[in-house]
Design a protein around this ligand. Structure first.
Ligand code: EAX
Length: 332
């Protein structure tokens, strides 16, 4: 090894070393995958996050976003993060429940009053504890993003009452709670990845699905679905997750930069999601037959789901359920 003395005497060697360390410092590249198209707030948020990281690191950290499931579906991409072959993704909490079933507490139906209510619970201790639970799964869960309130669409009939759901083949996320919820409403639940869904509805393999307006619009489901019934049966949050391997490759300042950019991108993402959900409802009204589901019917749906809610709640860690319920009550 060259001694410091020798190095300092040799200007050209020093210059070479400086140039080398500058190159080593720069050029950190990361890949981020999203499951939804460029127009959806999930990918808009990802692009914002990449932009903030690039700006604030003066171009030293570059995140390339691969949208629309081109790297895989939410389940695949989450595994890729765990094995360190992908650096960031934003799965639904429903996907993360395969790593920690307690994430299902977020998906329980008819639970959040509105987006602010969800923010308060998820950004508080209860939500943070769930994120931290992924620490030993090779993941670093950073923030909650919004997918939003989920509503049902189908090609057969408007859902005006609980009974209207009976017998419909409804695609659900690949999550046992969602499967049981739709079977519990007397539909036939068909789990599949969101990227297979358009074709499944076009070919009538399934009659319908449920998602926020932003997904219905970005995935152009209005082309193959006639009815949109505003059930708002569940709130869906997505989690901005990093691979532990990538985070550990960064120094403390860089990790902090990622965390701050993640927080700022979160505020942007949620605002975007909310504004778009409002705008898109009026746009979808021109393309689909949209109906409001009366609250009295939503209450009946909630009652019909009581056994499923009970059964799935019992499968969760009691302390988590207690903390989450207290947070829901406090935030009201
Ligand atoms: O997390 O699979 C789904 O229906 C989800 O809403 C979604 O695409 C993103």
């Amino acid at each position: 090894m060259l001694s410091r003395h020798c190095l300092l005497k040799n200007v050209s060697t020093l210059g070479l070393l400086l140039a080398f360390s500058a190159t080593a410092h720069a050029g950190i590249t990361a890949r981020m995958g999203t499951s939804l198209p460029d127009a959806h707030p999930q990918t808009l948020g990802a692009n914002k996050f990449a932009e903030l990281v690039d700006e604030r690191s003066n171009g030293d950290i570059t995140i390339t976003v691969f949208s629309n499931g081109i790297l895989g579906n939410d389940v695949n991409m989450t595994s890729m993060l765990q094995s360190g072959t992908l650096d960031f993704t934003v799965p639904s909490t429903a996907t993360l429940s395969s790593l920690n079933p307690d994430f299902n507490i977020v998906s329980l139906p008819f639970q959040f009053d509105d987006s602010d209510h969800a923010d308060a619970v998820l950004d508080g201790e209860a939500g943070r504890a769930l994120l931290a639970s992924l620490d030993d799964k090779q993941l670093v869960a950073l923030e909650y993003w919004e997918n939003g309130f989920r509503h049902m669409t189908n090609s057969r009939r408007p859902i005006e009452t609980l009974e209207d759901i009976k017998g419909l083949k409804i695609r659900t996320m690949q999550n046992a709670l969602y499967i049981d919820l739709f079977n519990g409403l007397s539909a036939n639940a068909v789990p599949m990845a969101v990227n297979e869904l358009f074709t499944a509805m076009e070919t009538r393999t399934v009659d319908g699905q449920e998602n926020p307006y932003t997904v219905i619009d970005a995935k152009r489901f209005f082309e193959v679905q006639k009815y949109l019934s505003r059930t708002a049966h569940a709130y869906d949050a997505q989690v901005l997750v990093a691979s532990r391997k990538f985070m550990q490759s960064l120094n403390d300042d860089q990790q902090q930069l990622i965390r701050t950019a993640a927080r700022d991108a979160t505020l942007y993402q949620r605002e975007k999601s909310r504004a778009m959900n409002d705008e898109l409802l009026s746009e979808l009204q021109e393309k689909m037959a949209v109906n409001v589901v009366p609250d009295a019917e939503r209450v009946r749906m909630r009652e019909a789901l009581e056994p499923v809610i009970q059964q799935h709640t019992q499968a969760l860690t009691p302390a988590v359920v207690e903390q989450f319920r207290a947070a829901l009550a406090d935030a009201r």
